[in-house]
Design a binder for this molecule. Sequence first.
Ligand SMILES: [Ca+2]
Length: 332
Amino acid sequence: MLICTGITLLATLGAVGDANLPGIILDTDFRSDVDDVGALALLNAFVDEGEAEMLGVMASQTGPHVVGAINAVNTYYGRGEVPIGLSPIDDQRFPDYYAPVIGDPANFPSTQSNDTAPDSTTLYRRLLHEAPDQSVKIVVIGGQTCIHLLLQSEADHEGDGSIGRSGRELIEAKVRELVLMAGNFENADHPEHNINLDREASQAVAAEWPTPIVYSGFEIGRHVQTGGTVSDPETNPVAMAYKLYPAGGVGTIASSSSYDQTAVYYAVRGLDANGKRLWDLSEPGRASFPDGLTWFEADPEGPHRYLIHNATNEEVAEAIEPLMARAPAATN
Ligand SMILES: [Ca+2]
Protein backbone atom coordinates (compact mmCIF):
# COMPACT_ATOMS: atom_id res chain seq x y z
CA MET A 1 0.00 0.00 0.00
CA LEU A 2 2.83 2.38 0.80
CA ILE A 3 4.45 3.33 -2.48
CA CYS A 4 8.00 4.51 -2.08
CA THR A 5 10.64 4.18 -4.75
CA GLY A 6 13.82 5.44 -3.19
CA ILE A 7 14.84 8.01 -0.67
CA THR A 8 16.51 11.29 -1.43
CA LEU A 9 18.39 13.39 1.06
CA LEU A 10 17.24 16.96 0.73
CA ALA A 11 19.18 18.92 3.28
CA THR A 12 18.28 22.28 1.86
CA LEU A 13 14.51 21.92 1.80
CA GLY A 14 12.12 23.07 4.47
CA ALA A 15 13.27 24.93 7.54
CA VAL A 16 16.98 24.33 7.07
CA GLY A 17 18.83 27.52 6.27
CA ASP A 18 15.80 29.79 6.26
CA ALA A 19 16.98 33.38 6.26
CA ASN A 20 13.81 34.82 7.76
CA LEU A 21 12.44 34.09 11.18
CA PRO A 22 9.35 31.91 10.77
CA GLY A 23 6.09 33.00 12.31
CA ILE A 24 4.56 29.85 13.79
CA ILE A 25 0.87 29.15 14.26
CA LEU A 26 0.44 26.03 16.42
CA ASP A 27 -2.83 24.12 15.89
CA THR A 28 -3.29 21.66 18.75
CA ASP A 29 -5.73 19.17 20.27
CA PHE A 30 -4.49 20.27 23.70
CA ARG A 31 -6.26 18.55 26.65
CA SER A 32 -5.85 14.82 26.01
CA ASP A 33 -2.34 13.57 25.16
CA VAL A 34 0.34 15.46 27.05
CA ASP A 35 2.72 15.78 24.09
CA ASP A 36 0.76 18.85 23.01
CA VAL A 37 1.85 20.53 26.24
CA GLY A 38 5.42 19.47 25.59
CA ALA A 39 5.19 20.84 22.05
CA LEU A 40 3.95 24.21 23.31
CA ALA A 41 6.79 24.31 25.84
CA LEU A 42 9.26 23.49 23.06
CA LEU A 43 7.87 26.25 20.85
CA ASN A 44 8.16 28.75 23.71
CA ALA A 45 11.80 27.71 24.20
CA PHE A 46 12.49 28.30 20.51
CA VAL A 47 10.93 31.76 20.77
CA ASP A 48 13.06 32.42 23.86
CA GLU A 49 16.08 31.48 21.72
CA GLY A 50 15.08 33.97 19.02
CA GLU A 51 14.55 31.20 16.48
CA ALA A 52 10.84 31.75 15.80
CA GLU A 53 7.87 33.93 16.55
CA MET A 54 4.62 32.55 17.95
CA LEU A 55 1.80 34.26 16.07
CA GLY A 56 -1.05 32.34 17.64
CA VAL A 57 -2.40 29.01 18.82
CA MET A 58 -5.54 27.21 17.63
CA ALA A 59 -7.43 24.71 19.77
CA SER A 60 -9.15 21.96 17.77
CA GLN A 61 -10.50 20.17 20.86
CA THR A 62 -13.13 22.21 22.66
CA GLY A 63 -13.12 21.06 26.27
CA PRO A 64 -14.23 23.91 28.54
CA HIS A 65 -10.76 24.66 29.91
CA VAL A 66 -8.66 24.27 26.78
CA VAL A 67 -8.05 27.94 25.97
CA GLY A 68 -7.24 28.73 29.59
CA ALA A 69 -4.82 25.80 29.71
CA ILE A 70 -2.96 26.90 26.57
CA ASN A 71 -2.88 30.46 27.87
CA ALA A 72 -1.54 29.30 31.24
CA VAL A 73 1.48 27.72 29.53
CA ASN A 74 2.11 30.78 27.38
CA THR A 75 1.68 33.05 30.42
CA TYR A 76 4.26 30.98 32.31
CA TYR A 77 6.70 31.78 29.48
CA GLY A 78 5.76 35.48 29.50
CA ARG A 79 3.55 35.27 26.39
CA GLY A 80 0.07 35.58 27.81
CA GLU A 81 -0.84 37.97 25.02
CA VAL A 82 -0.43 35.43 22.18
CA PRO A 83 -3.96 35.01 20.75
CA ILE A 84 -5.71 31.66 20.98
CA GLY A 85 -8.50 30.63 18.60
CA LEU A 86 -11.08 27.94 19.29
CA SER A 87 -12.57 25.53 16.77
CA PRO A 88 -16.21 26.36 16.01
CA ILE A 89 -16.97 22.62 15.85
CA ASP A 90 -17.48 21.08 19.27
CA ASP A 91 -15.17 18.09 19.79
CA GLN A 92 -14.63 16.66 23.27
CA ARG A 93 -14.16 13.01 22.45
CA PHE A 94 -11.18 12.32 24.68
CA PRO A 95 -10.30 12.42 28.37
CA ASP A 96 -9.46 15.81 29.79
CA TYR A 97 -6.40 14.83 31.79
CA TYR A 98 -4.88 18.17 32.69
CA ALA A 99 -6.74 21.16 31.17
CA PRO A 100 -9.24 21.58 34.07
CA VAL A 101 -6.33 21.97 36.48
CA ILE A 102 -3.82 24.05 34.54
CA GLY A 103 -6.63 26.02 32.83
CA ASP A 104 -8.08 27.18 36.14
CA PRO A 105 -6.76 30.68 36.94
CA ALA A 106 -6.93 29.78 40.61
CA ASN A 107 -4.08 27.33 39.99
CA PHE A 108 -2.03 28.99 37.22
CA PRO A 109 -2.31 32.59 35.97
CA SER A 110 -4.22 32.97 32.69
CA THR A 111 -6.19 35.76 31.08
CA GLN A 112 -7.87 34.02 28.11
CA SER A 113 -10.68 31.49 28.16
CA ASN A 114 -13.07 29.66 25.84
CA ASP A 115 -15.61 32.42 26.50
CA THR A 116 -13.36 35.16 25.15
CA ALA A 117 -11.54 33.25 22.37
CA PRO A 118 -12.24 34.09 18.70
CA ASP A 119 -13.21 31.23 16.46
CA SER A 120 -10.22 29.63 14.79
CA THR A 121 -11.13 30.60 11.23
CA THR A 122 -11.44 34.28 12.09
CA LEU A 123 -8.14 34.27 13.98
CA TYR A 124 -6.32 32.29 11.29
CA ARG A 125 -7.49 34.77 8.66
CA ARG A 126 -6.46 37.80 10.73
CA LEU A 127 -3.02 36.40 11.55
CA LEU A 128 -2.34 35.49 7.93
CA HIS A 129 -3.63 38.84 6.68
CA GLU A 130 -1.24 40.69 9.03
CA ALA A 131 1.82 38.52 8.29
CA PRO A 132 4.49 39.25 5.67
CA ASP A 133 4.23 37.19 2.51
CA GLN A 134 5.68 33.66 2.72
CA SER A 135 6.59 34.09 6.39
CA VAL A 136 4.21 31.73 8.19
CA LYS A 137 4.61 28.10 9.11
CA ILE A 138 1.50 26.33 10.36
CA VAL A 139 2.13 23.29 12.57
CA VAL A 140 -0.87 21.04 13.17
CA ILE A 141 -0.48 18.54 16.02
CA GLY A 142 -4.07 17.37 16.27
CA GLY A 143 -6.95 16.92 13.87
CA GLN A 144 -7.06 19.09 10.75
CA THR A 145 -10.55 20.54 11.23
CA CYS A 146 -9.41 24.13 11.79
CA ILE A 147 -7.07 24.33 8.77
CA HIS A 148 -9.75 22.71 6.63
CA LEU A 149 -12.20 25.43 7.69
CA LEU A 150 -9.57 28.07 6.94
CA LEU A 151 -8.99 26.58 3.49
CA GLN A 152 -12.73 26.62 2.80
CA SER A 153 -13.33 30.17 4.05
CA GLU A 154 -14.69 32.72 1.61
CA ALA A 155 -13.39 36.21 0.88
CA ASP A 156 -16.41 37.71 2.63
CA HIS A 157 -15.98 35.58 5.75
CA GLU A 158 -18.17 37.00 8.49
CA GLY A 159 -16.30 39.12 10.96
CA ASP A 160 -13.37 40.23 8.82
CA GLY A 161 -14.93 41.75 5.73
CA SER A 162 -12.01 44.09 5.09
CA ILE A 163 -9.55 41.26 4.38
CA GLY A 164 -11.15 40.49 1.05
CA ARG A 165 -9.26 37.27 0.29
CA SER A 166 -10.41 33.68 0.44
CA GLY A 167 -8.70 31.29 2.79
CA ARG A 168 -6.91 29.68 -0.14
CA GLU A 169 -5.63 33.06 -1.35
CA LEU A 170 -4.36 33.95 2.14
CA ILE A 171 -2.59 30.58 2.45
CA GLU A 172 -0.98 30.92 -0.98
CA ALA A 173 0.30 34.41 -0.16
CA LYS A 174 1.40 34.01 3.44
CA VAL A 175 2.21 30.38 4.26
CA ARG A 176 5.69 29.07 3.59
CA GLU A 177 5.13 25.50 4.78
CA LEU A 178 2.55 23.34 6.53
CA VAL A 179 3.91 20.75 8.98
CA LEU A 180 1.51 18.02 10.07
CA MET A 181 1.81 15.41 12.78
CA ALA A 182 -0.31 12.95 10.87
CA GLY A 183 -0.24 9.63 9.07
CA ASN A 184 1.84 6.50 9.37
CA PHE A 185 4.45 6.17 6.66
CA GLU A 186 6.08 2.99 8.01
CA ASN A 187 2.97 0.91 8.50
CA ALA A 188 0.34 2.14 6.11
CA ASP A 189 -2.24 -0.31 7.41
CA HIS A 190 -2.25 1.37 10.82
CA PRO A 191 -5.00 4.04 11.01
CA GLU A 192 -3.36 7.06 12.58
CA HIS A 193 -5.08 9.00 15.37
CA ASN A 194 -4.82 12.55 14.02
CA ILE A 195 -6.07 11.45 10.60
CA ASN A 196 -9.00 9.70 12.22
CA LEU A 197 -9.92 12.77 14.26
CA ASP A 198 -11.22 14.28 11.01
CA ARG A 199 -10.74 12.04 7.98
CA GLU A 200 -12.59 14.36 5.63
CA ALA A 201 -10.38 17.29 6.60
CA SER A 202 -7.19 15.22 6.35
CA GLN A 203 -8.05 14.06 2.86
CA ALA A 204 -9.16 17.49 1.69
CA VAL A 205 -6.01 19.17 3.01
CA ALA A 206 -3.82 16.55 1.31
CA ALA A 207 -5.69 17.03 -1.97
CA GLU A 208 -6.19 20.80 -1.99
CA TRP A 209 -3.73 22.64 0.30
CA PRO A 210 -1.70 24.99 -1.93
CA THR A 211 1.74 25.00 -0.20
CA PRO A 212 4.40 22.35 0.52
CA ILE A 213 3.47 19.94 3.32
CA VAL A 214 5.84 17.90 5.48
CA TYR A 215 4.32 15.04 7.50
CA SER A 216 5.80 13.82 10.76
CA GLY A 217 4.17 10.42 10.96
CA PHE A 218 3.16 8.30 13.95
CA GLU A 219 6.41 6.36 13.72
CA ILE A 220 8.64 9.44 14.13
CA GLY A 221 7.71 10.40 17.70
CA ARG A 222 6.24 7.20 19.08
CA HIS A 223 9.38 5.96 20.82
CA VAL A 224 10.93 9.34 21.55
CA GLN A 225 10.40 9.63 25.29
CA THR A 226 10.45 13.16 26.75
CA GLY A 227 9.00 15.11 29.66
CA GLY A 228 10.52 13.22 32.55
CA THR A 229 12.77 16.10 33.61
CA VAL A 230 10.21 18.92 33.68
CA SER A 231 9.98 20.27 37.21
CA ASP A 232 8.17 22.48 39.70
CA PRO A 233 4.56 21.40 39.04
CA GLU A 234 3.22 23.87 41.59
CA THR A 235 4.36 26.80 39.46
CA ASN A 236 5.04 25.27 36.03
CA PRO A 237 1.84 24.21 34.23
CA VAL A 238 3.88 22.05 31.83
CA ALA A 239 5.18 20.00 34.73
CA MET A 240 1.69 19.83 36.27
CA ALA A 241 0.29 18.46 32.99
CA TYR A 242 2.94 15.73 32.93
CA LYS A 243 2.19 14.98 36.57
CA LEU A 244 -1.52 14.58 35.81
CA TYR A 245 -1.06 12.54 32.62
CA PRO A 246 -1.09 8.83 33.38
CA ALA A 247 2.08 7.85 31.50
CA GLY A 248 3.80 6.87 34.73
CA GLY A 249 0.72 6.85 36.92
CA VAL A 250 -1.22 9.97 37.87
CA GLY A 251 0.82 12.01 40.33
CA THR A 252 4.17 11.05 38.83
CA ILE A 253 6.07 13.11 36.27
CA ALA A 254 7.09 10.60 33.62
CA SER A 255 8.27 10.71 30.04
CA SER A 256 5.82 10.10 27.25
CA SER A 257 5.79 9.80 23.45
CA SER A 258 6.81 12.90 21.51
CA TYR A 259 4.69 12.82 18.37
CA ASP A 260 3.94 16.54 18.49
CA GLN A 261 7.36 17.82 19.56
CA THR A 262 8.96 16.29 16.45
CA ALA A 263 6.70 18.38 14.23
CA VAL A 264 7.48 21.60 16.11
CA TYR A 265 11.20 20.82 16.16
CA TYR A 266 11.28 20.21 12.42
CA ALA A 267 9.25 23.34 11.67
CA VAL A 268 11.70 25.59 13.52
CA ARG A 269 15.13 23.96 13.32
CA GLY A 270 14.74 21.57 10.42
CA LEU A 271 16.39 18.18 10.23
CA ASP A 272 19.49 18.60 12.40
CA ALA A 273 20.55 18.92 16.03
CA ASN A 274 24.11 20.02 16.80
CA GLY A 275 25.39 18.71 13.50
CA LYS A 276 23.53 15.41 13.82
CA ARG A 277 20.96 14.59 11.18
CA LEU A 278 17.85 13.55 13.12
CA TRP A 279 15.67 12.82 10.11
CA ASP A 280 15.83 12.64 6.36
CA LEU A 281 13.12 13.93 4.09
CA SER A 282 11.41 11.54 1.74
CA GLU A 283 11.37 12.09 -1.95
CA PRO A 284 8.50 14.33 -3.07
CA GLY A 285 5.11 12.86 -3.74
CA ARG A 286 1.45 13.00 -2.92
CA ALA A 287 -0.02 11.75 0.35
CA SER A 288 -3.66 10.78 0.59
CA PHE A 289 -5.95 9.33 3.21
CA PRO A 290 -9.08 8.26 1.34
CA ASP A 291 -9.90 5.46 3.78
CA GLY A 292 -8.15 6.84 6.84
CA LEU A 293 -5.02 4.85 5.99
CA THR A 294 -1.81 6.44 4.74
CA TRP A 295 -1.05 6.37 1.01
CA PHE A 296 1.99 8.01 -0.55
CA GLU A 297 2.74 8.06 -4.24
CA ALA A 298 6.15 9.30 -5.34
CA ASP A 299 5.97 12.19 -7.80
CA PRO A 300 8.83 14.60 -8.64
CA GLU A 301 6.27 17.40 -8.87
CA GLY A 302 4.48 16.41 -5.68
CA PRO A 303 4.10 18.95 -2.84
CA HIS A 304 4.40 16.46 0.04
CA ARG A 305 7.29 14.86 1.90
CA TYR A 306 7.54 12.98 5.17
CA LEU A 307 10.19 12.59 7.85
CA ILE A 308 12.28 9.42 7.97
CA HIS A 309 14.33 8.23 10.96
CA ASN A 310 18.05 8.93 10.74
CA ALA A 311 19.01 9.02 14.43
CA THR A 312 18.15 6.92 17.43
CA ASN A 313 15.08 7.77 19.45
CA GLU A 314 17.39 8.67 22.34
CA GLU A 315 19.28 11.17 20.18
CA VAL A 316 16.04 12.85 19.17
CA ALA A 317 14.90 12.95 22.80
CA GLU A 318 18.22 14.54 23.79
CA ALA A 319 17.58 17.31 21.27
CA ILE A 320 14.08 18.01 22.62
CA GLU A 321 14.12 17.35 26.37
CA PRO A 322 16.46 20.15 27.55
CA LEU A 323 14.42 22.73 25.65
CA MET A 324 11.13 21.49 27.14
CA ALA A 325 12.54 21.42 30.65
CA ARG A 326 14.43 24.66 30.91
CA ALA A 327 13.17 27.75 32.71
CA PRO A 328 11.48 30.53 30.74
CA ALA A 329 13.61 33.45 29.64
CA ALA A 330 11.05 35.78 31.19
CA THR A 331 7.87 35.40 33.21
CA ASN A 332 4.86 37.58 33.59
CA1 LIG B 1 -1.74 16.34 19.69
